[in-house]
Design a protein around this ligand. Sequence first.
Ligand code: ADP
Ligand code: ZN
Length: 609
Amino acid sequence: MHESPRYAFDDAGMHEALHRVFGFRTFRPDQQEAVQAILTGRDLLAVMPTGGGKSLCYQLPAVMLPGTALVVSPLISLMKDQVDGARSNGIRAACLNSALPPDERSAVMHDLLAGTLDLLYVAPERFALDHFQELLGRVAVSIAVIDEAHCISEWGHDFRPDYLALSAIRDIRPEIPVAAFTATATDRVRQDISTRLGLRNPLLVKASFDRPNLSYEIREKEGGDGQIASILKGFGGQAGIIYRTSRKSVNDTAAMLLKKGFRALPYHAGLSDEERRRNQDAFIRDEADIVVATVAFGMGIDKSNVRFVIHADLPRSIENYYQETGRAGRDGHDARCILLFSQGDIPKVRFFIDSMPDQEERSRALAGLSKVLAFASSTVCRRKMLLDHFGERYPRENCATCDVCLGTKEVTECTTEAKMLLSAIIRTDSRFGAGHLVDILVGADTKKIREFGHDRLKLYGAGKARGKVFWRRLMDELVARKVLARSEGLYPTLYPLEAAVGILKEGEKVEMVRMVETSQAKGHTKRITPDGLPADRELFDRLRALRKQLADEQGVPPYVVFSDRTLHEMASRQPATPGEMLDIPGVGQAKLARYAEVFLALIAGTPAS
Ligand code: ADP
Ligand code: ZN
């Protein structure tokens, strides 16, 4: 409709540029549609999950079209990263924001006026300035890109008043296409974005929220440090995030890991700005492998080589879980998401929710919690449940990359044990919590047992054959089935509900269903890789060390030099010539020219000349 020679579409040229600039032979689903729309001068509204490959959708047209592409983005902390990333691919990119020193700002202005920029990132408050808008009327602008476009809607969760000013772009440059991107938008917010930006018949691209390179697992939380440490051993120094709920648990876990020799750092709102920044930078630069953090961590980082995210405590909601796990594997390489789950954590969360002053906030938090619990206790494919939550249907029966799809269901009949447990509760008048009840059943000799004379109960020690873990699990199962309930508060006691009668008096059976990991799921060859490490580990480590050295020399994060995926490909294919190097995904012309020689030399095992 608004096609002009400026926006003539050329399929071969688009694919050529994809390979030349980014080193990729193929587009990801939806990228192609989005790029085509922009290249033909059509407005675009794209809903894409984090890690979906959004930046390529506008960076490619920015390179191909004459003039400068303007990108409005609210996250100043990410701008430098984005500019570094674009520049590493040979794109002439710059940014304008309040954090920029005046001399650099005037250099950027100069380049903009001279027409030598492909891409300019600006903060929304800069866009709102009259003199900036006046400037936009005078320079050659190819497209306007609005990142995090949901910020323009008061119905969204991140409304930013300064985003309202963006509607002016239509008046200043009516002839250029406007492309809006967001990772989250309900129908209402989508409509709002479209109206407020004055989008004209925009192409709507809605990418799937599925992240196929992420695997999902939920494990029983055994408490204690041993479990986390043993999981981390399998990752062999790769980057990962461990989420915990409280500052104290963050500090404790980080200190424990440090003591065990892991390169781990804490991150939470209780640390000084300076310390937070230092820890975050160390993580981004691959100087620390692990960040132990509260949910305060992750917003302002773009690190693409995060190989695992562990939730050591319950996430607050499915949205939070999706967003937090979404920080893993942004480079498209395999990454793992592990949630450690224990019903025993629930009272703590309940207690926290109960202390919220605002009624509405409290009920929202409760609803979030109950969905998380349903997710964690379910034996339905994790991926399917996550996508369900976002209103998307997962088309396959088996995703082959979650614990449910890869595991087998282990069914244990435990009616006798359930009766024993219920009797123990009834005999002690529902006055005790899980720990003490287990002690009675396994016949522990504690002060509390002796004090209450519980060693004289007929049931004392009757469940010795089963062990503490089993009894805990059975309690969780009976709570989940609403046979038992926990009282509110920090020291909850257990009491029986209606349904207990069926088991005690009416011969109802109790079975526990548990997912156990099998070495190979039936009919599926793909497995959750034990560690995500490449075959030639030794070469990979040397490539990684070289990447780090080059990144430090340029003052950029290592993943800007090459992604983990690109290094993995190098380690396994071992290219010997520049031509072979160019076949590695992620190696475009700019990176080939800059890095091929040293990397080829390292792979060949000879020093670079
Ligand atoms: P987002 O901005 O949506 O979070 P990015 O644009 O940063 O995602 O892209 C995420 C990762 O995916 C980057 O490492 C990028 O190099 C990679 N990527 C993007 N498009 C492709 C593609 N077509 N083929 C292979 N990798 C891609
Ligand atoms: Zn699955």
